[in-house]
Write a protein that binds this ligand. Structure first.
Ligand code: SF4
Length: 258
């Protein structure tokens, strides 16, 4: 496989330009310094053997990774994932036991109604919009899918409040499809490590689709999320206890950080 260079940096964003210090304009008679040289183009894409090695280590450490959103079936998973947009799984898990105790099917959700649903999820960000979408998607499931969550990407994405990431989580978690949902953690890990760079979640998903071996795709999403959430954290990655620190391309690794 041809090795190509990837942008240097922790994620897909351009590095911030450093301030000159005081912010004042330089004196006119001072000679302008030459622009600094570009960073060395030494970062390369992962070889297939390296990707295999990384996922072999993830699998050895956690053979059956699970998502952290509590659910009982495809419908409650779908609702939990809609609730988790721009919220933490822990925050969603605090609210959903009471919600699912009274409304764990589309029919019961519609019967519950938007106002009572709002009350049950008001601790979660964007709860008004989410309540509206959950009632609307429950109605759509009853009207168009016999009250069942469809095992079909297009049909899932046609539901109110369901985008590609939510559809992928449901396809993977509820139906065992080997698709990789790209959330904020997967996006960061894929770019920072150089494993699957991309400027958008969709680009990263396509990159991962291309490089992750078939036999790891079923669980790749969970391994990468858990790695990003607990090890390769946004502000302080724990490179010292990272399973893939010998493979990762991030130039600012701190192997003393655990
Ligand atoms: S060494 Fe591990 S924790 Fe550190 S940046 Fe790379 S993947 Fe993240």
């Amino acid at each position: 496989m041809a090795r190509k260079t990837i942008p240097r940096g922790g994620d897909s964003r351009q590095p911030k330009r450093r301030s000159s210090g005081s912010g004042a304009a330089p004196p006119k008679n001072r000679r302008r310094r030459p622009a600094p040289p570009p960073p060395p183009a030494t970062l390369t894409t992962w070889t297939p053997g390296e990707v295999e090695a990384a996922f072999r280590r993830f699998e050895a450490a956690n053979p059956e990774p699970r998502g952290e959103l509590q659910h009982q079936d495809p419908f409650t998973l779908l609702v939990a994932v809609v609730l988790s947009a721009q919220a933490t799984d822990a925050g969603v898990n605090k609210a959903t036991p009471k919600l699912f105790a009274v409304a764990d099917t589309p029919e019961k959700m519609v019967a519950l109604g938007e106002i009572r649903l709002r009350e049950l999820i008001k601790t979660i960000g964007l709860y008004r919009t989410k309540a509206k979408n959950i009632i609307a998607l429950s109605r759509a499931l009853i009207a168009e899918h016999g009250g069942k969550v469809p095992h079909d990407r297009e049909a899932l994405q046609a539901l109110p409040g369901v985008g590609r990431k939510t559809a992928n989580v449901v396809l993977n978690g509820a139906f065992g499809e080997p698709v990789i949902a790209v959330d904020t953690h997967v996006f960061r890990v894929a770019n920072r490590t150089g494993l699957a760079p991309g400027k958008t979640p969709f680009e990263v998903e396509q990159s991962l689709e291309a490089v992750v071996p078939e036999h790891y795709k079923r669980h790749a999403h969970h391994w990468l999320i858990l790695h990003g959430r607990y090890v390769c954290k946004a502000l302080k990655p724990a490179c010292g206890r990272c399973l893939i620190n010998g493979l990762c391309r991030w130039p600012d690794k701190n192997l003393l950080s655990v």
